[in-house]
Design a protein around this ligand. Structure first.
Ligand code: CA
Length: 367
């Protein structure tokens, strides 16, 4: 796992971010005989899982593999899953439709990819200046978040189960020191989603580069800055060789909740014990992937610190303050334009306020 070369990684990143254009080749439905009641415990299921990552993509694709294997083992082979990386069965960004239409029964992905279908979907991955992973799970599992997420996806015949997490990310790579918010004016930065809206409000322009082109674009000055994931994946991309500054914290992605999309019709056909197995295998990935990300990020942040000339810096307070103001504006605009986004943000905001009574004290025990 440690010998992954930057070149291979970039090749994988290209496909994971939609570099291929293979069409949906597979047709149709599984051979499910609806006359057999779902409680028939002897029945076995052969399922497909499509993903937005390339096969075995570090941590993310590896996590999807692990999830499929765990479901198969826990069900004693009663659910068999064929995992397809992005582009193998359908293009990465058709993962959602493939599951919705039953081309695949499962999909492993991140909900912010589906903002074009339902703007509120992006709020379930991460919210700028929002809660960290632990608190986000508290909201999802005990604060009504998951119910809202399922309400949204049920319109697409999809059941959602949280499955995996990138942990908090980094602010990004810059070739210029960011001493005040005016240093962002005119800057071209690769940053998607609401993060892009934030830096646009600061006078920079948000650029969308496919994963395969970020390195070259940054090297040639086509872009001046980029964010990606965290130290481990960023190191594999090689940004430490061409950028001067590595800024934290991530104002856009304080967590990175990943999702297991399940075709609702297929899920309802499972007997209860198999439903629980799917849910618990996904739940276990939330912990194991988060742990893996944090461990690898620590190791690779140390490498970047010790083996490159990159300066690792915190955004100054007034820059963070401006980002926060712009994030609030961007979220308000989203809420104004889309009633379901407002509903999600209201639930999230109230939960965050309520839980702070405890976490403000509990978190301090460890800092
Ligand atoms: Ca990112």
């Amino acid at each position: 796992m440690y010998q992954i070369k930057r070149k291979d990684f970039i090749k994988k990143a290209a496909v994971a971010l939609g570099g291929t254009s293979m069409l949906v080749a597979a047709c149709g439905k599984e051979n499910s005989d609806k006359t057999i009641p779902a409680v028939n415990t002897g029945k076995t299921f052969e399922w497909r899982m499509v993903t937005t990552w390339l096969p075995h993509f570090p941590i993310l694709g590896e996590g999807a593999d692990r999830l499929a294997k765990n479901i198969e083992t826990m069900s004693n082979g009663r659910i068999k899953i064929h995992v397809f990386g992005g582009g193998e069965l359908v293009p990465p960004l058709e993962t959602f439709d493939a599951v919705s239409q039953g081309v695949a029964q499962l999909g492993h992905s991140a909900s912010y990819y589906w903002a074009g279908k339902a703007p509120s979907s992006q709020l379930f991955t991460s919210i700028p200046f929002g809660m960290n992973s632990q608190k986000t799970y508290a909201w999802l599992y005990f604060g009504g978040g998951l119910e809202l997420w399922n309400e949204l996806y049920s319109n697409f015949n999809i059941t959602i189960i949280p499955a995996g997490n990138t942990s908090g990310q980094m602010g990004g790579w810059f070739n210029k020191e960011i001493s005040s918010v005016t240093d962002l004016k005119g800057l071209k930065m690769r940053i998607p989603g609401i993060g892009g809206k934030i830096i646009s409000k600061a006078g920079a322009s948000a650029v969308l580069s496919p994963g395969s082109e970020i390195y070259t674009n940054l090297e040639r000055g086509v872009i001046d800055a980029t964010e990606w994931i965290g130290p481990y994946h960023d190191f594999l991309m090689g940004f430490h060789k061409i950028a001067k500054y590595y800024y934290y914290p991530s104002f856009a992605e304080p967590t990175g909740v990943l999702e297991l999309l399940v075709n609702k019709t297929a899920f309802e056909e499972l007997p209860n014990e198999l439903k629980e197995i799917v849910k618990h295998a996904a739940g276990s990935l939330n912990i194991s992937m988060l742990a893996e990300f944090d461990t690898k990020n620590a190791e690779y942040l140390a490498r970047i610190k010790n083996k490159s000339k990159v300066e690792i810096k915190q955004f100054p307070d007034d820059v963070i303050g401006s980002f926060k103001k712009y994030a609030d504006e961007a979220l308000q605009e989203l809420a104004d334009a889309d009633p379901f986004s407002k509903k999600v943000l209201d639930s999230y905001g109230k939960f965050r306020k309520d839980i702070a009574v405890w976490t403000d004290i509990a978190d301090k025990n460890f800092s």
